[in-house]
Design a binder for this molecule. Structure first.
Ligand code: AMP
Length: 368
């Protein structure tokens, strides 16, 4: 079976690495020549809106999926007329615009922070009065890793944020006084069967995910089921097939949805060594109509992103339980170049190992 993947980033690379043991072969489409997935299969270098290239890309593929959700919707539809595309274009469309996404949360009864669309300075001033500060101004499209966001703490920040982001469709959202950030990754098969990984805890710095602890500690009774229920609604609403992630803010015993990702997700990388079946394998199983794998955690795992620099492999691997995943990307400030999963039998041992790893990957003494 040959799987086509739109996007050749690290997620595509890790999908292929999970797919080879299942006898799968891969073809990637990506505009960048140095895409991390390139060594792992056939590679078509073309823009996502180059429909001649897309038509050639699809020849001989059994199924197409994506690892990058900002593929033009017209390309997804063009593909869906020629080959099985999983998840289907509807999920892509919903996730491309933060406003559509927030409306979907509301329509499905999934709690979220109040928000307003902002298309002009006047809209911003009105939204600020309605929502009150502090709030976050976000671009509606193409935002990732905290890019295209400004926190408005006081009225003085409003003008500066408008100067920085005005001119593109925006969204103002109330700042959530969360206790912690959690996320849940789930998978839905072609028959409609769903499976969910345990809730995990995520730390962000400057909008970038730096660390995941899996499973999250001290999850109040009922919270896992609540998160599963929200994600199930999202999956079923668009007859989704594959892995989806939902980022959540925990406030007491409540969960507020922040963002959904219609693909394998960075907060699910721990599953490579930390769960019975990785999110990458389960995504492939789902899109190919194969039985889904078990999603239980195996012990306790921390995932640490390598951002901006590649540490010494031997120093990382000296930490007990550490597994290194490099993406073959040139280091650049703020760029994710790999991650490390540290597995342990329980949280106590895991936190110790995580401290040892942190000394290696963040030698400047960044606090945890
Ligand atoms: P996003 O790109 O929307 O996932 O935002 C990146 C990160 O910014 C989140 O993981 C949070 O740490 C923070 N953030 C975004 N929106 C909010 C909000 N409404 N309230 C509090 N923190 C937020």
């Amino acid at each position: 079976m040959k799987v086509g993947i739109l996007g050749g980033g690290q997620l595509g690379r890790m999908l292929a690495l999970a797919g080879y043991p299942l006898g799968l072969r891969f073809r990637f489409l990506d505009p960048k020549g140095d895409a991390p997935a390139r060594p792992l299969g056939e590679f078509v270098r073309a823009r996502f809106d180059d429909l001649d290239a897309v038509a050639a890309f699809v020849e001989g593929l059994d199924v197409v999926t994506w690892e990058f959700e900002n593929v033009p919707i017209s390309t997804a539809r063009f593909l869906a007329e020629r080959v099985v595309v999983r998840p289907g274009p509807a999920a892509l469309e919903q996730a491309q615009d933060r406003l559509t996404e927030k409306k979907a949360f509301q329509a499905l009864g999934i709690p979220r922070a109040p928000c307003r669309a902002v298309d002009s300075r006047q809209d911003l001033l009105r939204a600020r009065t309605e929502l009150r500060l502090p709030a976050v101004l976000k671009t509606r499209r193409m935002g990732y890793d905290g890019k295209g966001q400004r926190v408005l703490a006081t009225s003085a920040d409003v003008e500066e944020a408008w100067e920085a982001l005005g001119g593109t469709p925006l969204l103002l959202e109330g700042l959530v006084p969360f206790e912690r950030e959690l996320s849940i990754v789930g998978v839905r098969g072609r028959s409609g069967e769903t499976r969910f990984y345990p809730l995990v805890e995520n730390d962000h710095e400057e909008g970038i995910l730096v660390r995941t602890r899996a499973p999250a500690e001290d999850v109040p009774a009922g919270l896992q089921k609540l998160a599963e229920g929200y994600l199930r609604r999202l999956l079923e609403a668009v007859d989704y097939v594959g892995v989806m992630a939902l980022e959540l803010f925990q406030v007491g015993e409540e969960l507020l949805a922040n963002e959904m990702a219609p693909r394998v997700h960075n907060s699910g990388h721990w599953t490579q060594e930390g769960a019975r079946t990785s999110q990458f394998e389960n995504h492939l199983r789902a899109v190919l109509g194969l039985p889904l794998g078990e999603t239980e955690a195996v012990g306790w795992t921390a995932m640490v992103n390598l951002i901006g620099r590649v540490p010494s492999a031997s120093a990382v691997l000296r930490v007990p339980g550490a597994h290194l995943h490099l993406y073959d990307k040139a280091p650049r400030k703020g760029r994710k170049v790999g991650h490390v999963n540290v597995r342990a039998s329980d949280v106590r041992e895991g936190e110790q190992r995580l401290r040892a790893l942190t000394r290696v990957v963040m030698p400047d003494g960044v606090t945890m």
